[in-house]
Design a protein around this ligand. Sequence first.
Ligand code: MN
Length: 211
Amino acid sequence: MYTLILSIILMTTTKITSYTLPILPYPLTALEPFISEATLRNHHGKHFAAYVNNLNRLVPGSEYEGLLVEEIVQQAADGPIYNNAGQVLNHRLYFEQFVPVSQYKAPGKRLVNAINYHFSSMDAFKRQMTEAAMSVFGSGWVWLAVDTEGRLQIVKEAGGGNPWRRGLIPLLGIDCWEHSWYLDYAFDKIAHFDELWNIINWEVIESRLPL
Ligand code: MN
């Protein structure tokens, strides 16, 4: 009886009835000059919002109704529901991971140790992330992700892919879609990837590392 009540509570509390656009945790101008107000306004308020709206239109009545975006990303067949769930998850993690330039803090010891262990140095890690981002052909993502054994790895994803699909936990994402950089950097894509390091909120990245 107790188990039944508990499972009913869990079912009613975890059932998702709609997906919402998270509010940005900083003002629209906070990431300038690295991400402009105009880019942030479009990227969050139009692109991300569109993925949320698409998911709310596609999921009701489907077999994925009531699931978290992480569950859809893991379970859905390739197609519009998977693509939009991936982009909702990707952009939630992406916009959460930045900090206003004035509040930037160096990464903490636990994260630095893990990065040094797997990539030999923070500089080498950043270089490999940028190289991976530059090698994404067309739209996609590059992620720092961690597996269940605690091993860090750089993962390239096409389209709206997210490492959750292959059982990895995403820690830090670089959006390689043109909408994330073209307005500010035009043909100088590599400058955008290089300069993102000035606004990474390392506390958020570290908080995504499982204990
Ligand atoms: Mn994007």
